[in-house]
Design a protein around this ligand. Structure first.
Ligand code: ZN
Length: 282
């Protein structure tokens, strides 16, 4: 599943490839890929004739500002969910079975949205309309991990008194936007905190380490273009390579890179947690 670094990598790819893109034609091959407006036809006519001014990201949501002539033409929102991906087609190529949305410019180049599991969603948000009133998931998002609002004091205040395991808390998008299983496991290893620790029991020094580890692991991963082990691909079909450097994620049974103890995998809140029982304090 794409997490913040993968989505940020996609955003950068879209910004490079489609900034200034004039949308000539849109085809929706699967209606459920469009969450708003109600019909794919309305979505297509809202985008056709508009120009992409640039791409923003909030959590795992992507938003393109649209313009029609000199007029604001609203926003085009995208969430990749489990398996959504964009592909860039220089020339006409027949769509695969998992192609959901096709977007062409006048030159016949195509931005194609392919989604194996079909949970990915797109929205069109009309001009002068708050994004979160249409893309309602935005309302629930906590601060961006790279923002000033996200610091050890914020973490401490939010986790105070909580008996939830810290791993479960990190996956909650209301605590911090964009962190998923991979980076939660990696940052807990780096900060030497066991995944099942009760959130409210973390000491100030641990909160400081956890905050620093999250920022570091996300920054590193963005730098290398996302992870290899998710099925993530950027616009050119390239896989990132953070996976080669993972401390614990998907290394079950392999020796810890610090102490040699076999990495354990435990279920926690319905998700797999990978961790070192020695380094992360049993
Ligand atoms: Zn270890």
């Amino acid at each position: 599943m794409p997490e913040l670094p993968e989505v940020e990598t996609v955003r950068r790819g879209l910004e490079r490839q489609t900034k200034g893109f004039e949308i000539a034609k849109v085809e929706v091959l699967r209606a459920r890929a469009v969450a708003a407006p109600p019909t794919p036809e309305q979505f297509c006519s809202a985008l056709e004739g508009a120009q992409v001014k640039g791409w923003m990201r909030r959590g795992k949501y992507l938003m393109a500002a649209l313009q029609r002539g000199d007029e604001d033409a609203g926003h085009w929102g995208v969430h990749l969910r489990m398996t959504g991906q964009f592909l860039w087609m220089e020339e006409e190529k027949a769509p695969c079975n998992h192609t959901r949305v096709r977007i062409w410019n006048q030159e016949g180049q195509e931005l194609r949205f392919v989604d194996l599991r079909s949970f990915g969603e797109m929205w069109w948000v009309p001009p002068q309309t708050p994004l979160e009133s249409v893309m309602t998931g935005l309302k629930r998002l906590g601060p961006e991990p790279f923002s000033e609002a996200f610091d050890p004091a914020y973490l401490g205040a939010k986790l105070k008194g909580s008996s939830r395991p810290i791993k479960t808390a990190l996956l909650d998008q209301a605590l911090v936007a964009g962190v998923g299983n991979i980076y939660a496991d990696e940052s807990l290893f780096m900060s030497r905190i066991a995944p099942e620790r009760r959130s409210g029991s973390l000491k100030p020094a641990e909160l400081k380490r956890l905050h620093a580890a999250l920022v570091e692991v996300l920054t590193t991963s963005i730098g290398v273009g996302g992870t290899t082990f998710s099925d993530f691909r950027d616009l050119k079909g390239t896989n990132g390579n953070y996976g080669n450097a993972a401390w614990v994620y998907r290394r079950t049974g392999e020796p810890c890179r610090i102490c040699g103890t076999p990495i354990r995998r435990d279920k926690l809140g319905g998700r797999s947690s990978h961790w070192c029982p020695t380094c992360q304090g049993g």
